[in-house]
Design a protein around this ligand. Structure first.
Ligand code: HSE
Length: 438
């Protein structure tokens, strides 16, 4: 028997409990171990109507779980930093294996938690922390170990992808579609995490640590969300042959690693442009494997619970094998402390093509003035479109540039945005360079 305790009975918690009840026989048949949930901890138990719990399973005191010697594995599905982090560390110190879906905690304190698990000889599973039902953690921890990975490019937040896809399909405004995503159970408790790019930054941080083998924090990720994207930008992007996606990008080059999350114009023919709704996709480029893509549901109860249960079953299987072979239990992850430190490169060093939507008065000489500032900053224009006509109101002037340095773009736009002919802050969207990935 493999005895588990669940911390948190929300959307994912109820999904995990349901799966372990409904698939009990099948799991036992596959791994030869009976996985049971002895305890469920929650403060409110607001979801018990959705999937009622048997008598004696519910507790409002987490200490009952940490102090119970029967409990082999604690499943943390509370989310957020505290008390989740303290609970994870308590469980580890009580020599209990841990499974968590908590990307905020791992991006913030992953190395501390992984080291503690290593020292206490317990396993830690966190497949559900990135990519919902997609086995992306397993892929980077196990399948890609023989590779030097130079690039991770992903659509890592289902909520913002759902919103952008819906805006693209229906021309709808941003605010309205967010409510749909919340109703469908994709969004975080605080949806600003989704739409401001923080959730994707947390996931990229975790993948970067596993892939590049050294600690990173979400402060190392340049992060921009989707809230400034309007149907107008989506329409212009379409006219130029692009789709707007919130991409999370980790690139390793000779200078170091650059991590960034921002809305990105992806050529409409590229596979990433076809990833719609709450689907996620992850591209990797490895020196041996070449290009690899994983695609699947990145959010929602079923997919996330599927990943959590996969971790539980993996650990249950490992403990059974250890019991029969009497081999010492191998902790399944730690960061290599001797890994050479790869420099972190700021986004101001990025060289990219850019989309600008400048709100300017429609007067003779305006374009020349803007073009002059761009030229002085070594920014060369590839194409320009102006829509509408009006002497008093601002009109959108849209430009695509050739490759330019981010630092120069920032300096040029701060001048352009302060000119008296510009009426609003310029919207900037980077174009994806997927030449090495697509
Ligand atoms: N809020 C997240 C998303 C859920 O929308 O992708 C999965 O982490």
């Amino acid at each position: 028997m493999f005895t588990c305790a669940l911390l948190g009975y929300g959307t994912v918690g109820t999904g995990v409990y349901r799966l372990l009840v409904e698939k009990k026989q099948e799991i036992q048949r596959r791994i030869g171990v009976d996985v049971v949930i002895k305890w469920v901890f929650d403060r409110g138990f607001r979801r018990t109507k959705e999937f009622p719990l048997p008598e004696g399973v519910m507790t409002r005191d987490p200490e009952v779980i940490f102090n119970d010697p029967d409990v082999d594995c604690v499943i943390e599905l509370i989310g957020g930093l505290e008390p989740a982090k303290s609970y994870i560390l308590k469980a580890i110190r009580a020599k209990k294996h841990v499974v968590t879906a908590n990307k905020a905690v791992l991006s913030h304190s992953g190395p501390e938690i992984w080291t503690s698990a290593y020292e206490n000889l317990v396993a830690i599973g966190f497949e559900a922390s990135v990519g919902g039902g997609i086995p992306v953690i397993k892929t980077v921890r196990e399948s890609l170990v023989a590779n030097d990975v130079s690039s991770i490019v992903g659509i890592m937040n289902g909520t913002s992808n759902y919103i952008l896809s819906k805006m693209t399909k229906e021309g709808s405004e941003y605010a309205h579609t967010l409510e749909d995503a919340q109703r469908l159970g994709y969004a975080e408790a605080d949806p600003t995490f989704d739409v401001e790019g923080f959730d994707a930054a947390h996931k990229l941080t975790i993948l970067a640590m596993l892939t590049f083998g050294q600690p990173f924090s979400s402060e190392d990720v340049y992060t921009e969300g989707i809230t400034q994207i309007t149907p107008l930008d989506i329409e212009f992007a379409r006219e130029f042959g692009y789709r707007i996606k919130l991409l999370a990008i980790g690139d390793k080059g000779p200078q170091g690693v650059m991590l960034r999350v921002h809305p990105t114009m992806v050529p409409e023919t590229h596979l990433l442009a076809q990833v719609d709704g709450a689907y996620n996709a992850f591209y990797f480029v490895g020196d041996e494997v070449g290009k690899l893509i994983l695609f699947g549901m990145g959010a929602g109860q079923g997919p996330t619970a599927s990943a959590v249960v996969a971790d539980i079953v993996d650990i249950a299987r490992m403990t059974r094998e250890r019991a029969t072979t009497s081999m010492p239990f191998a902790p399944n992850f730690t960061l290599d402390k001797s890994a050479t430190t790869i420099p972190k490169i700021p986004v101001t060093s990025l060289v990219s093509r850019y989309y600008f939507r400048i709100s300017a008065l429609d007067r003779p000489g305006v374009l020349a003035k803007i073009g002059g500032v761009l030229g002085e900053h070594d920014i060369s224009i590839e194409s320009v479109v102006q829509k509408g006509r009006g002497k008093k109101d601002a009109v959108p002037i849209v430009m695509l540039t050739h490759e330019a340095l981010e630092q120069n773009v920032r300096s040029a736009l701060s001048i352009i945005d302060s000119l008296e002919i510009t009426m609003d802050k310029t919207v900037v969207i980077r174009l994806a360079d997927l030449s090495n990935v697509g």
